[in-house]
Design a protein around this ligand. Structure first.
Ligand code: UGA
Length: 445
């Protein structure tokens, strides 16, 4: 099928590259000519495992990039809207979606054949039907359901494994205003076998996406709240507590041979220094705000957000147990990405802690395998010195604070042994073996 994708952020570009690899003819559209030039040279503007290889494989063949939205729509049968929906604290900003819809609609005014417009961006329930559809109708001068279809097809991609998630989806949700839209949308995923497909209306599709993310975020905040209680309860470690909880056979089913299945789902039931990223914080807040607007208060989701906003401060608490004053204390901060496998630092729990440590006079050195550049752009210059070498970042540290579960930090004990230093280690992800350190603190312990 001929597909146009509006927006080349991580959702748009990953979707475009993967659909091209599936044999569709894809045109990616963005307003940023620099990004378009990069993509056309096979250079991904974002860091995502496997993306460069996919671009190199398809660019100039089944995959093209352009700033010309109109032509891309005219030349395709289906358009995916994958532009950003930033959250301003009260609601998601739909201006990029609205602009894209207006431009798509005006191209549809000149198009003879049937076309389907699909929202892929995460939007609150009702957006596709009550905002996007009327804009498309007004701009095209044509009625939806006759000349064109309107759909909503949420993505369930994790940053860092987005390509693998797209290529081996756990579910495909096809929201559409009618059966014709749904069946055109289904053609997009014909190459995917053995996957559950749920055809529904647009509002339900929108709600599924928010509910899925809110559930995972709720599990994390739940584990963190329990962890914080364990931290003040003598001789109780949240890690062991959660091991015991995971052994519920409803969470890790026992096979006939006695082995257990360990679902990835349980990874969200672990205590740590809080969740970040461009999705969980924003999506939970947007859903809670949507509830308030609809007259339905969402106390559980409000608490999920509140717990998460306070969670990074547990790291400070652990530090203060050992050092009541932080002036001139040399702290090595490890991990700025909101999770391993990405250079994305949005809503990373590291940032608020680093700012507080700096205010209190600590001398900070930072290291992240790939996110240091991004972090140095948002932190004031005198706040922290970034090192490109982990050993150098550790040299002379009184304290090491670990925020991101990067595999390279698994070797921390060995690295410290080599330098012959014994700093206090504060483990924000509970990834280290406490017995390997002379002074160790971990969240929930
Ligand atoms: C998340 C969802 O997992 C995807 O299914 C969804 O499609 C995506 O949002 C989206 O809406 O686009 P992502 O934000 O990439 O994906 O990251 P996750 O791997 O789910 O991690 C989210 C955050 O939770 C990270 O900050 C991670 O460190 C944190 N986390 C995870 C914890 O703090 N504790 C845990 O036990 C597990």
């Amino acid at each position: 099928m001929k597909v146009s994708v509006i927006g080349t952020g991580y959702v748009g570009l990953v979707s475009g590259a993967c659909l091209a690899a599936q044999g569709h003819r894809v045109t990616c559209v963005d307003i940023d000519p620099h990004k378009i030039a990069q993509i056309n040279q096979g250079v991904p503007p974002i860091h995502e495992e496997g993306l460069e290889q996919l671009l190199k494989q398809s660019i100039g063949q089944d995959l093209h990039a352009t700033t010309d939205l109109r032509q891309a729509v005219l030349d395709s049968e289906l358009t995916l809207i994958a532009v950003g929906t930033p959250f301003d604290g009260e609601r998601i900003d739909l201006s990029y979606i609205e602009t894209a819809a207006r431009q798509i609609g005006s191209a549809l005014a000149d198009k003879q054949s049937y076309h389907v417009v699909v929202v892929k961006s995460t939007v609150v329930p009702g957006t596709t039907d009550t905002k996007v559809l009327p804009i498309l109708e007004a701009a095209s001068g044509k009625p939806a359901g006759v000349d064109f279809g309107v759909g909503m097809n949420p993505e369930f991609l994790r940053e860092g494994s987005a390509i693998a998630d797209f290529m081996a989806p756990d579910r495909i949700v096809l929201g559409g205003i009618d059966a014709k839209t749904q069946s055109r949308l289904a053609m997009l995923y014909e190459g995917f076998e053995n996957v559950d497909v749920l055809a529904t209306n647009c509002r339900t599709a929108e709600m599924i996406k928010y509910t899925a993310n809110s559930l995972l975020a709720t599990m994390i905040s739940f584990a963190n709240e329990i962890g914080n209680l364990c931290a003040v309860t003598e001789d109780v470690d949240v890690k062991e507590v959660m091991q015991g909880v995971h052994l519920d056979k409803r969470l890790s089913p026992i096979l006939a041979d006695g082995q257990r299945i360990k679902p990835g789902f349980n990874n969200y039931l672990e205590a740590g220094c809080g969740f970040g990223g461009s999705c969980f914080p924003k999506d939970v807040q947007a859903l809670a705000a949507h509830g308030q607007l609809a007259g339905q208060s969402m106390p559980l989701l409000q608490s999920v957000i509140e717990i998460n906003e306070h969670q990074p401060l547990q790291m400070l608490k652990l530090l203060e147990k050992h050092f009541p004053t932080l002036t001139e204390l040399r702290i090595s901060v490890l991990g700025f990405a909101f999770k391993p496998g990405t250079d994305d630092i949005r809503e990373s729990p590291t940032l608020p802690v680093v700012r507080k440590l700096h205010k209190r006079g600590a001398r900070l050195t930072g290291f992240d395998p790939i996110a240091s550049d991004a972090a140095s752009l948002v932190l004031d210059r005198d706040t922290i010195v970034f090192e490109s070498d982990l050993n150098r970042a550790l040299a002379g540290a009184d304290v090491v604070m670990l925020f991101t579960h990067w595999p390279v930090f698994d070797r921390l004990a060995e690295l410290l042994a080599e330098t012959n230093t014994q700093p206090l280690v504060i483990d924000g992800r509970r990834m280290l073996d406490p017995d390997k350190f002379s002074r160790y603190e971990g969240i929930g312990r």
